[in-house]
Design a protein around this ligand. Sequence first.
Ligand code: SF4
Length: 356
Amino acid sequence: MKGTNRKMTQGSLMRLEELRSGFRGTDQYIDFLAKEETIRRILEMKEEKDVLILGHNYMEPLIYQISGEGERGDSLALSKYAAKARNPIILFDGVRFMAETAKILNPEKKVLIADLEAGCSLADPFGAKDVLEYRARYPEAPVVTYINSYAEVKAESDYCCTSANALDVVKHAASESGSERVVFLPDSFMGENLQKELVKEGSNIDLIYPGKKDNKFGSCIVHEKISAVDIRVIRRQFNLPKGGNDTAVLVHWECKPEVLDVADMYGSTSEMIRYVSSHPELKRVYLGTECEMSANLANEFPQVEFIRSCMVHCPHMRKITLDKILYSLENEVYEVNVPEQIRVKALGAIERMIAI
Ligand code: SF4
């Protein structure tokens, strides 16, 4: 096997030892030992080829931890890291629309993903023609597109946004354009949640999202599975009272509105992490999002018990495996490319978001 006999460099050896001591005593230690050889070779490739490996919060812990501090996070954080990258190769441990965003920001770099079929239930059904339909129906309204979309969709949009900045981007788009109507695509639940938030703030913005005035619909197959009844049952079963002093239920913006209503806090994955780190009194937490996020946070906040009553995994994120990562790195295959004309237009929407 390629690389097996290669002597490890100091940097990759140190990182391997850091991972070993980080996983020791956790649920993943046996898995780490079983996959240590593959991890070792990935770290070697990373250093030898000077690869920036970006890891999304939803990756399983063994993959997530391969990316160091400042190389892992949510879509917004990863887009920012990608924008500043100096490395000639970026490997994205996430799904394809995220790798595409890295390519849009770094056209001269080689951007790889371990599985080109890693899609997204929000991004996959929405094409450029859908954006154009909304534009034709609401010509005065700026179009804000969630980052969970492909380049051709971003290219037809005025702004891109992530769950961490959607509200700010929508408000900015409305004030810049002078229109009280803003189109938000493609997540119907998030659109409804944002609209409720705007009303709470006293804003007059009329957010148009799939399903509000038509029969289109977009949702995340992970977050739509979480129900308000699930949250109530988890609260009872694990003694997580609403407004509890040292407990919290945090859910993602992509969940149904009734799920947000029964949570203690809702936000993006990075906002959930910030919430946990800024509340040192927390002892028990349930995260209403992809289950691997709880596993990753359990490693970062060992003093907090993360309720692992988890039934929601993203099948697209699960396509990324250590073996596929190694294969992609060794052979420099599964490259993500975006036609230049589309890239330049999509870049405009991303840059307008980053500027906000
Ligand atoms: S968790 Fe949902 S939004 Fe994220 S990649 Fe999977 S399907 Fe898409």
